[in-house]
Design a protein around this ligand. Structure first.
Ligand code: IMP
Ligand code: MG
Length: 182
């Protein structure tokens, strides 16, 4: 156990099991778009790095992976600041079915904002997939079809999730110690 964390919330085996189930769900939902050559996968970096890598290996479908980088919790903040930095969307989204993947749905601002942008860019269908969904009242309602786990309102790190850029490499998802948050 790392010093910075209080307790494990979701251990690595539970993550792996759930990611495999989600993969099966995604395969049935996305097969037609993939067969038509219309599927584009957009992982939101950096938080969804590990989730994306594990999830997509359960998708025996044909698609391109086009990561975008978004920052919404800069530095040491633990409450959503809205999108503060984003790389441009990839070209060629007109008529595409887009699978948007993020680590966690919190205020909904990140996914909500990206969904709007993707529709403006001509995406025919945008599907949202998150590993975690916080049980809070969302500032922006997002229709998220694929959700790994619902979690309480705690600040978590590990399996891609960070605090001030750290702890992403922890294999389990853990609750950060309040003494670490400054
Ligand atoms: P939203 O825009 O408020 O929904 O925030 C989503 C983004 O905030 C995610 O992509 C994460 O990067 C970050 N985030 C939200 N909650 C947590 C958390 O508990 N730990 C680490 N990052 C978080
Ligand atoms: Mg993120």
């Amino acid at each position: 156990m790392y010093d910075a964390v209080d307790r494990i919330l979701i251990d690595r085996d539970s993550i792996a099991d759930r990611v495999e189930q989600l993969g099966q769900q995604l395969v049935s939902g996305l097969r037609p778009a993939a067969a038509a050559g219309r599927l584009v996968v957009l992982p939101v970096m950096t938080g969804s790095l590990f989730f994306t890598a594990d999830l997509l290996r359960h998708l025996p479908l044909s698609f391109r992976i086009q990561p975008i980088t978004v920052s919404s919790y800069p530095g040491r903040s633990t409450t959503s600041q809205g999108i503060v930095g984003q790389t441009p969307l990839p070209p060629g989204l007109d008529g595409a079915t887009v699978l948007l993947i993020d680590d966690i749905l919190d205020s909904g601002r990140t996914m909500g904002h990206l969904c709007e942008q993707l529709k403006t860019a001509g995406a025919a269908d945008v599907r949202c997939c998150v590993l975690l969904r916080k049980d809070i009242a969302r500032a922006v309602e997002v229709d998220c079809e694929y959700v790994g786990f619902d979690i309480p309102e705690v600040f978590v790190v590990g399996y891609g999730l960070d605090y001030d850029g750290l702890y992403r490499n922890m294999p389990d998802i853990s609750v950060l110690k309040s003494s670490v948050i400054s």
